[in-house]
Ligand binder design. Structure first.
Ligand SMILES: Nc1nc2c(ncn2[C@@H]2O[C@H](COP(=O)(O)OP(=O)(O)OP(=O)(O)O)[C@@H](O)[C@H]2O)c(=O)[nH]1
Ligand SMILES: [Mg+2]
Length: 443
């Protein structure tokens, strides 16, 4: 399957169902009480990390996702059903950003990690709820809220313990195949690997995940070859295996060290932190070497000067592969993956925690005067109210007016220069400003 590791999707939560205005009507009960039910909550769009997915390719075909709307409330006190939640599986290691401002929102690392991409709207309340001893026959109900709408940028950063890096054709994929369960494509030309491969090396007790990425060449930081972007998939590893071809023509310790420095330089240009990551140099293709033992001795000494270990293997014959595998497993055991704090952003939520609307904070009303002489009232609560209150019902107009008074919108509009007849908008609702009557009147 095609490997895709970055894209933008849009998610919209379902609309809440409308509350119902209705009164009980029965044969011998002509003036029954209010019995309009509540609208159902709109469904959420949810991203959930799944271990069996390796790429974001599924999102290439479809990028817009909408959860189901809530059903409307009905008479006879019947509440509407909640809208269907839409769960979108993503690979482990998916980082979620707000596509508009670039803010990091969530990092879905472990299987089952969940993020609410777009919350469904609340259902409107039916008139039954508004009945009280003073108001026996409320003739109004609320409309459902719109669901949240968001554009999200998804970026995959694979989660692996060990990363394989090196020049093209050095044998990274061959080593991955030799020590793990992976069966990547292997061929004797550069850039055989075009997208990362993951492999699992299992032991009796634990398992180690290795990531093999496309080869790096000199100038990768100027986008030569396949560039450096695949390095993001080894950023989260805890150790690197730097694979070196010991058999290339004229290979001697000097040229091998130069090759090592080239790849390392490119990598550090991408992220200097990768240069400090524990790293084992792996000389490959010993079967083709004339004096493998001599080369090994010399390179062990040279890498030793850097404080690095050197291991030589042949991925083809399997020579010394078991000891490389042991080395990898031992490292992984000594440096277990930190749980919990590996996430880039902490606020992943799980579905089991009820996601109470978090948008309750009271904010100040802001009035914006527009060039066409109209005014816009900015205030989350009032905008939502304008959406909820079905203003074709006169009692709702009265309730809304009360809210305008509470927030002293009339005074604020005055101060902003509104005069009688100035058009005013709040959310989707439009009014003309008539300060002397009530606070505003629906146009
Ligand atoms: N003789 C010999 N050939 C090897 C050995 N390891 C790999 N090869 C060969 O070297 C070639 C390149 O191997 P790959 O594993 O595809 O190399 P790679 O580093 O993944 O290459 P890219 O994906 O292009 O970066 C293939 O033809 C392999 O069969 C080895 O130990 N001995
Ligand atoms: Mg390869």
């Amino acid at each position: 399957m095609k490997f895709v590791d970055e894209l933008v999707i849009s998610a919209s939560g379902g609309r809440g169902g409308n509350g119902c205005m209705s009164f009980r009507r029965e044969k011998f009960l002509p003036n029954g009480g209010p019995d309009g039910g509540n609208g159902g909550r709109g469904g959420d769009v949810i991203l959930r990390a799944a271990a069996n997915i390796q790429t974001l390719a599924d999102f290439e075909r479809r990028r817009r996702f909408a959860a189901g709307g809530g059903d409307h409330g009905q008479g006879n006190a019947r509440n509407g059903k909640s809208g269907q939640t839409l769960v979108l599986p993503v690979p482990c290691g998916t980082v979620v950003y707000d596509a508009e401002n670039g803010e990091g929102l969530a990092d879905l690392v472990e299987e089952g990690d969940t993020f609410v991409a777009a919350m469904g709207g609340r259902g409107g309340r039916g008139n039954r709820v508004f009945a009280s001893s003073l108001r026996r026959a409320p003739r109004f109900s609320e409309r459902g809220e719109m669901g949240e709408e968001r554009a999200l940028r998804l970026e995959l950063r694979l989660i692996a313990d060990i990363g394989l890096i090196g020049l093209p054709n050095s044998g990274k994929s061959s080593i991955l195949a030799a020590i793990s369960n992976a069966a990547p494509k292997i061929a004797d030309y550069p850039f055989t690997t075009l997208s990362p491969n993951l492999g699992v090396l299992s032991t009796d007790v634990d398992s180690v995940v290795l990531a093999d990425i496309p080869g790096l060449i000199e100038g990768a930081s100027e986008d030569r070859g396949l560039g450096l972007s695949f390095l993001r998939h080894v950023e989260r590893t805890r150790m690197l295996l730097h694979v070196l071809d010991l058999s290339s023509e004229g290979a001697d310790p000097d040229s091998i060290m130069r090759e090592f420095q080239t790849v390392r330089g490119e990598m550090e240009r991408y992220d200097p932190e990768l240069g400090t990551r524990p790293c084992v140099a792996v000389g490959n293709k010993t079967d083709l070497c004339f004096d493998a033992a001599g080369l090994e001795r010399e390179l062990t000494a040279r890498f030793g000067e850097f404080g690095m270990e050197f291991v030589s293997v042949s991925a083809l014959t399997g020579d010394n592969i078991p000891s490389l595998a042991d080395r990898v497993v031992a490292f992984s055991r000594e440096h277990p993956r930190p749980r919990g704090n590996v996430r880039l952003f902490a606020d992943c939520v799980t579905l089991s925690a009820p996601d109470a609307p978090k948008r309750r904070a009271r904010r100040q009303v802001q009035i914006v005067s527009l060039p066409d002489g109209s005014f816009r009232v900015l205030h989350p609560q009032m905008e939502r109210a304008a959406e909820r209150y079905d203003l074709s019902q006169p009692e709702n107009v009265a309730r809304f007016t009360k809210l305008l008074r509470k927030y002293r919108v009339e005074e604020l509009l005055h101060a902003a220069g509104a005069v009688a007849g100035s058009p005013v908008s709040i959310g989707h609702a439009g009014f003309d400003f008539y300060p002397d009557k009530n606070d505003g009147q629906r146009s």
